[in-house]
Design a protein around this ligand. Structure first.
Ligand SMILES: [Cu+2]
Length: 176
């Protein structure tokens, strides 16, 4: 009798699919960023004293979150502890120096243990003019600036992303 066997196999397959689908709502419900100060793409003319991220759910406190602010040359401006207050994560900023595009980079742990990583650009419109323009610069100077343009935290976040890639892939496969 092959028919009952096939039916049983079909039911088993269906249950497996349902089990996979059952994980999808959780995967879609990951903590996500709902806002930031400075906001994404903002043009600020008064240097912020603090950078604050707001999420749709509480974030894990403790020494598990990273939050950096990088200037156009790769300089770091956030300092002190990363503080967590419910849905908000913030960190103090030094007086911003050069005008230009800054990037807020973060990796925080949501309550369910999943990391949330993002980059948020904003522009600081005032402040000291950017590094001496290339009018007097040689190509050697430019090369050096290019090298300095890749901030260290990019590599850190990249490594973290690689570590998380396995989990993300599993989630993605589960969703599909
Ligand atoms: Cu999650």
């Amino acid at each position: 009798m092959t028919r009952p066997t096939l039916t049983r196999a079909a039911i088993a397959a269906l249950l497996a699919v349902l089990a996979l689908l059952g994980t999808a709502p959780q995967a879609l419900a990951h903590t996500s960023l709902t806002g930031s100060d400075p906001a994404k793409g903002a043009k600020v003319d008064v240097a912020p004293k603090r950078v604050t991220l707001t999420f749709d759910e509480p974030v894990q406190s403790g020494d598990v979150n990273q939050l950096v602010v990088t200037d156009p040359s790769g300089g770091q401006w956030a300092h002190g502890p990363v503080s967590v207050d419910g849905n908000e994560v913030s960190r103090a900023l030094g007086q911003l120096g050069p005008a230009g595009e800054y990037t807020i980079g973060f990796r925080v742990l949501s309550e369910d243990g999943h990391p949330v990583t993002r980059e948020i650009p904003f522009t600081y419109t005032t402040g000291t003019s950017a590094a001496p323009e290339t009018t007097t610069g040689t190509s050697g100077t430019n090369q050096r600036e290019d090298d300095a343009g890749v901030p260290v935290w990019v590599w850190v976040v990249g490594a973290v992303a690689l570590l998380g890639a396995g989990g993300a892939l599993a989630v993605r496969l589960g969703r599909e």
